[in-house]
Design a protein around this ligand. Sequence first.
Ligand SMILES: N[C@H](CCC[C@H](N)C(=O)O)C(=O)O
Length: 280
Amino acid sequence: MQFTKMHGLGNDYVYVDCVRQKPPADPAALARAVSDRHFGIGSDGLILICPSEKADARMRMFNADGSESEMCGNGVRCVAKFVHDRGIATKPRLKIETGRGVLTLDLEVRAGKAERVRVNMGEPILESAKIPTTLPGAPPVNAKLVCAAPTPWEVTCVSMGNPHAVIYCDDVAKVELEQVGPKLEHAPEFPRRINVHFVQVHSPNEVTMRTWERGSGVTLACGTGACSVCVAGVLTHRTGRKLLAHLPGGDLELEWSETDNCVYMTGPATEVFTGEWPTA
Ligand SMILES: N[C@H](CCC[C@H](N)C(=O)O)C(=O)O
């Protein structure tokens, strides 16, 4: 099986072209195997690029633990780059089908290769979100966790197709993500688990964020997460509709448009290498 390793700001996935080759029989097991950073290729998960009847391609995304997610913002930019650069569809505006519907992506192409992609990530889903809500029963695991005290945690929940919990704090560098992340991911309030983002606001249009992803743990960036941070900032009157988000792997530009209520995300998409994964 041919694969391509790609990343958006260090949020890295193994991409498999299922337009031109047979899809894997058990994608969940394959996701766990390829994602392993010691015994596999090493990635935050697996993304299948499949044929679509409604769009130029369809994306299916699996976390490192094999669970399937509805959406992946950094992933969908890379899918667009792959679809364009490999000639599956060479237009500068592509449509990609995802678990949250068909998204439109605009590619910045240089020397025949897509380098940056602007994605219309659709409207945030807020009906079930209690904004802000509190999470009882999740005490800080470390008394020195300054930004997490006092409990209960105040979280803002936003869905971009997949679920996100946004928590504001004074210093994201102090958050013990490996300890707090899994507690919040598995909190009883979130029966389908959740992606968790700690956010430090610098100004109404600039934040720094760190992410614990459902099913994958700490990642260097999360596109849908950054979109949810943009929306949460407006809902809680902390930031404006245009936002520059600094993530460990780099920056994303975000805008929650007043015109169409959609969130627009712009960022890079990078190919690292291709290879062959042995199949039985
Ligand atoms: N890194 C992805 C999100 C993955 C979300 C996944 N961990 C989930 O279970 O929803 C992004 O760039 O949007």
